[in-house]
Design a protein around this ligand. Structure first.
Ligand code: ACO
Length: 325
């Protein structure tokens, strides 16, 4: 018995901030941001918005499309590092938003790899017979964790949530294989040393530079490319699938240059690579499920398509799921 993603959903904050808007906040330019990252705009949380509510909206969409009632879920697993509180977990907030009780709901903290990690955890527990229907969510609001005086990081991140419903199913469709990796020795390449998402761009609550995202971009760039390539090869090999038989590669949308470099090393032509970083920026754990939801809406994935989900982020963490649709 395996697990299959039967429906997806996404939701983002109301406000889109373009690169030109950012030029008003800091010494940057549309040309610099586009050429270095591929980002044109991003959605940002404003005061009074709740990422848990946004994630609950994405979850409702996925549940409706799946034809699964919230009450029929066996578990909620959320990839996030943006819990509004130290505790309760983000997953418990979504559970409350959906009005359900008495099922396990928990978070997986793997930064940008959070959704890929959560899919693996759900798949393993479903194969073990623990759950039949699981809501898996990726949600983050890293815009609330940047130092708006630090142009090296502030331009990169956007906020949002993506969700999917996974159900157990016999047969050869669904998650074929997953692989997760981390390297704690690299944690200082990307970190945030304080929790909470109250410091929105329009709020008077400000993070100190020490509590904001700290990033060593160029080093991270090199490791991201290498690790995303490696894990893609390994996860395909483990499933007995040739890289050329993958129909769509849905990578974490961190930086267009990282995506292009990984795709090139894997010999993936651009038409097999889904990108939307120009419209969302780096939404961390939300980026893969948002991209997956869009790819499905655009008819880029069909029954039996082989899809590779792949991410790398703070931790460092990285991983991939290979799925037959
Ligand atoms: N606008 C204008 N100029 C800028 C900006 C900006 N927003 N940011 C940096 N610069 C300037 C710098 O000050 C520097 O100027 P200087 O040479 O006069 O000091 C110059 O641009 C080059 O800066 P670098 O940091 O060396 O720029 P680089 O070409 O390495 O690009 C970037 C930076 C885009 C962050 C790149 O290193 C990168 O993509 N790294 C990967 C990190 C990443 O994607 N992180 C996301 C999270 S990790 C993940 O999700 C996998």
């Amino acid at each position: 018995m395996g697990s299959r993603i039967v429906a997806t959903g996404r939701a983002v904050p109301r406000t889109a901030l373009t690169n030109s808007d950012l030029e008003r906040y800091m010494d940057t330019s549309d040309e610099w941001i586009r050429s270095r990252t591929g980002i044109g705009q991003r959605y940002l949380m404003r005061q009074g918005e709740s990422l848990a509510e946004i994630a609950t909206d994405a979850s409702r969409t996925a549940l409706e499309r799946a034809g699964v009632k919230p009450a029929d879920l066996d578990a909620i697993i959320v990839g996030t590092v943006s819990s509004e509180y130290g505790f309760p977990s983000f997953a418990c907030q979504i559970q409350q938003g959906l009005g359900i009780s008495s099922i396990p709901a928990f978070d997986v903290a793997a930064a940008c790899s959070g959704f890929v990690y959560a899919v693996q955890v759900a798949d393993a527990q479903m194969r073990a017979g623990d759950f039949k229907r699981v809501l898996v969510v990726g949600a983050d609001a890293l815009s609330t964790m940047v130092d708006w005086n630090d142009r090296r990081t502030a331009v990169l991140f956007g906020d949002g949530a993506g969700a999917c419903v996974m159900v157990t199913e016999p047969g050869n469709r669904g998650v074929l294989s997953s692989l997760l990796r981390s390297s704690g020795e690299h944690w200082t390449l990307l970190s945030v040393r304080a929790t909470g998402t109250r410091s929105t761009i329009d709020s008077e609550v400000r993070r100190s530079p020490d509590d904001s995202i700290q990033m060593k971009g160029p080093e991270l760039f090199k490791i991201a490319v290498k690790s995303m390539e490696e894990v893609s090869r390994l996860v395909a090999e483990r499933a007995g699938v040739k890289l050329e038989d993958i129909d769509l590669f849905v990578p974490h949308q961190a930086n267009m240059r990282i995506i292009s470099a990984v795709a090139e090393r894997l010999g993936m032509p651009p038409e097999k690579v889904y990108t939307n970083i120009d419209r969302y920026g780096n939404t961390s754990a939300a980026s893969v499920p948002i991209a997956l939801d869009e790819a499905l809406e655009q008819g880029r994935i069909h029954d039996n398509s082989i899809v590779m989900l792949n991410a790398c982020g703070g931790g460092l963490t990285w991983g991939a799921n290979l799925v037959r649709w």
